[in-house]
Ligand binder design. Structure first.
Ligand code: ASP
Length: 337
């Protein structure tokens, strides 16, 4: 039986055109795709519909409400299609893929994010290959989870990060193996796929103020720390620490600012500034104070996966201490068991 895929076009370079102020997203993309694919069908591509989200965005303009729009389309049309492809800008694609993996738990068909570094409208581009490979993956391969495909790499969505601004190999999965590779053949590592689970789709309302990020740097002050941690509406903060989770414990003002934030119930998660890393609080004495404060280790999670997981858990729950307990349990393979 022929397969049918829904492409959800959100914007991003893949569908952009040059303007006098730089690249901008534009309409008319469906016709361009159909024209470009007209000579590539050979019976190996599935049928597809394309749905355009309005307004189209440069994904630098993404906000949590866009996750609701994308997930809402997949949830409402889930029965109609064999798989879903989200065409998305690369800048925040890893955030959206991570969030969708939590909102769409227990999938039994693929949801794959892709995009490109060069628009499909240009002669030399990476868009056509990313699009064709993603269509084939979504239609003909058993991928019951949210993935990200780019430049021959199939990655778990919530393990992916954008690692290059201009290279065509823009995405990687620094702390988890690739789920597959596309070269002459499509190779899938099926042992890495999530086991089938109960379908649990959820499209909660997010509060954009609820989560923030505090990067640690030499000389970080108590004032900066206090200012970020006392922002109105803030419920959780991600500490981006050094190496295996380290920070300047010899600065009493800075440490007191963190202690005060923890004492008033702010959730704090520690992830590393290093792309390839696993946090080990207390491995060095300088991070032992974080264990005393109840800071949660984000283990090997990406910033994108930790940030969106906090948003997801907080959106469904008013009780910070419950979210604190839930955070370390994997929801969709974003962290090792
Ligand atoms: N600024 C663009 C976006 O994220 C970059 C891209 O798509 O590659 O929408």
């Amino acid at each position: 039986m022929s397969k049918k895929i829904l492409l959800i076009y959100t914007g991003g370079t893949i569908g952009m055109q040059a303007s006098d102020r730089g690249y901008v997203p534009c309409t008319g993309f469906e016709q361009l795709i159909r024209d470009r694919l007209a000579h590539s069908r050979h019976g190996t591509l599935p049928e597809f519909d394309l749905l355009t989200l309005h307004p189209l965005i440069d994904s630098a303009n993404l906000n949590p409400g866009h996750w609701n729009k994308i997930a809402g389309q997949i949830i409402s049309q889930y029965a109609e299609y064999d798989g879903f492809i989200v065409l998305h800008g690369t800048d925040t694609m890893a955030y959206s893929a991570s969030m969708l993996s939590y909102m769409l738990q227990g999938l039994d068909k693929p949801v794959i994010f892709t995009g490109s570094q060069i628009p499909l409208s240009e002669l030399r581009n990476d868009a056509l290959d990313n699009l064709i490979s993603t269509l084939q993956l979504a239609a003909f391969h058993p991928l019951p989870e949210v993935c990200l495909y780019f430049n021959g790499r199939l990655l778990r969505g919530n393990r992916s990060s954008k690692v290059k601004a201009t290279g065509l190999d823009a995405f990687d999965s620094p702390n988890f193996p690739w789920m597959g590779q596309v070269g002459i053949h499509i190779e899938l590592h099926e042992r890495l796929l999530l086991p089938p689970g109960e379908q649990a789709f959820c499209n909660p309302e997010f509060d954009p103020r609820a989560v923030s990020i505090l990067p640690i740097y030499p000389g970080i002050s108590a004032e900066t720390t206090h200012a970020i941690c006392s922002t109105a509406g803030l419920r959780a903060v991600i500490l981006r620490s050094y190496g295996v989770g380290n920070l300047p414990d010899q600065d009493p003002g800075f440490i007191q600012a963190l202690q005060a934030a923890a004492a008033k119930g702010l959730i704090m998660v520690n992830i590393s500034q290093c792309l390839q890393a696993e946090v080990a609080q207390g491995h060095y004495a300088c991070s032992a104070v974080l264990n005393d404060m109840g800071v949660i280790s984000g283990q090997e999670m990406t910033q994108e996966a930790a940030f969106t997981k906090l948003h997801f858990l907080l959106a469904g729950c008013d009780d910070n201490s419950l979210v604190q307990q839930q955070f370390s349990t994997p929801l969709a393979g974003e962290v090792d068991e």
